[in-house]
Design a protein around this ligand. Structure first.
Ligand SMILES: *Cc1c(COP(=O)(O)O)cnc(C)c1O
Length: 378
């Protein structure tokens, strides 16, 4: 055998540098992992680390999955007809303006795949959802990370930060991990200004993973913005208020030009059959959604009061989690883990003195408060 290829046959020389530079996503610690590490009974562990729904999944979704399971030998519907029809009715958008995703995470990735490449840039906020960094990095695009204002998105600064090579802007509203929220008029003004200055050269992804937790007076109809702004993609998920995180299903609303682009880079069967059936059932389960909202609102109040008593600063949250300042967060986190309570360290998000705690059931919140009080007293 002869070869004239002098490149190393092993090693990383053929891998793009931007791939080697990826710092992988740090997920919340699974219950079983903590149980193994600290020799704890998994049944006694409280996990408030991943903004999951403490009520579990809706019964309506469970029944729909049992029925759908008899057809699992078949591939799922690649076009998600039933779920899109249900979403179309629910939000009053045409079915061909909808894209389904393997979680809304998938849709954030698809947006970055569709419009970013090496030589372009993406604008997102500091302390925003970690996936924006990953999706930008994996495309080899440049990061334009905009400082926060009061822990939240500074939309004026983000508008000003858009460069000639910017093709994508990510906005999380409410944001994770800070829980901050930008009121509808401000977001709409931002969308109008981006559109006026940059036309369709800049796609804006408005990530509304926690929309269903907003108080009624703060709600707004972002489906109407999709009609107004042809450069806008709105993403939502069934992982949080709908209680289906393990199934991985979310959706995007956008006009046909952008929907077509997302569809080009999508895996044909990206949303499995059980997820499609469960999401279709959950979408119209208003009672479950109401219960999720109510228990979250009550738990938020309980946790605010506890933080107040402990003299801890926190960021008022519009989601199903709260960012709280505990000082030496790594030490407090370890003390919580030893007591069987999993929350989320956010040092990787540039917040080394803070922890993010998901709002749980009343009993889970009580366990967390007890453990936190002990951890801080050490
Ligand atoms: C949880 C979350 C998502 C996506 O979750 P999926 O389970 O992939 O739908 C998206 N954006 C933000 C800000 C989130 O916190």
């Amino acid at each position: 055998m002869t070869t004239t290829d002098s490149r190393p046959v092993s090693g990383q020389a053929d891998v793009p540098g931007y791939i080697l530079d990826i710092a992988p996503y740090q997920a919340g610690k699974p219950i079983e992992e903590l149980a193994r590490e600290f020799h704890l009974d998994p049944a006694g562990i409280v996990k408030l680390a991943s903004n999951e729904n403490p009520l579990g999944l809706p019964k309506s979704a469970q029944l729909a999955m049992i029925e759908a399971s008899s057809a699992l030998a078949r591939y799922p519907d690649p076009n998600g007809f039933d779920l899109k029809a249900a979403l179309s009715r629910h939000y009053g958008v045409p079915a061909d303006w909808l894209t389904l995703g393997n979680g809304s995470n998938d849709l954030l990735e698809l947006a970055s795949l569709a419009v970013l490449s090496p030589g372009s840039s993406c604008v997102y906020s500091r302390h925003a959802f970690a996936v924006y960094r990953l999706a930008t990095q994996a495309r080899g695009a440049r990061h334009i990370v905009v400082p926060v204002r009061e822990y939240g998105h500074d939309l004026d600064a983000m508008l000003a930060a858009i460069a000639d090579d910017t093709r994508l802007v990510f906005i999380a509203n409410p944001n994770n991990p800070t829980g901050t929220f930008q009121p509808a008029p401000r977001v709409e003004a931002f969308l109008r200004q981006v559109r006026e200055r940059h036309g369709e050269h800049v796609t804006v992804v408005l990530d509304e993973a926690y929309n269903e937790y907003l108080d009624p007076e703060l709600r707004f109809d972002s489906a109407r913005w999709v009609e107004q702004f042809s450069n806008l993609v709105v993403t939502r998920t069934f992982s949080k208020a709908y209680g289906l995180a393990g199934l991985r299903v979310g959706y995007a609303m956008a006009q046909p030009r952008l929907t077509d682009l997302l569809n080009r880079v999508r895996q044909p069967f990206n949303v499995n059959s059980l997820a499609q059936a469960a999401a279709t059932a959950a979408l119209d389960d208003a009672a479950f959604l109401r219960q999720s909202y109510d228990i979250n609102k009550a738990g938020k109040k309980t946790l605010y009061e506890a933080f107040g008593k402990l003299g801890l600063e926190y960021v008022p949250s519009y989601g199903n989690f709260i960012l709280v300042k505990v000082g030496d967060a790594a030490a407090v986190n370890l003390a919580l883990l030893k007591r069987g309570v999993i929350v989320r360290p956010v040092a990787g998000d540039g917040l080394p003195e803070w922890l993010r705690v998901s709002i749980g059931l009343p009993s889970e919140n009580a366990r967390f408060i007890e453990a936190l009080t002990e951890a801080l007293g050490q």
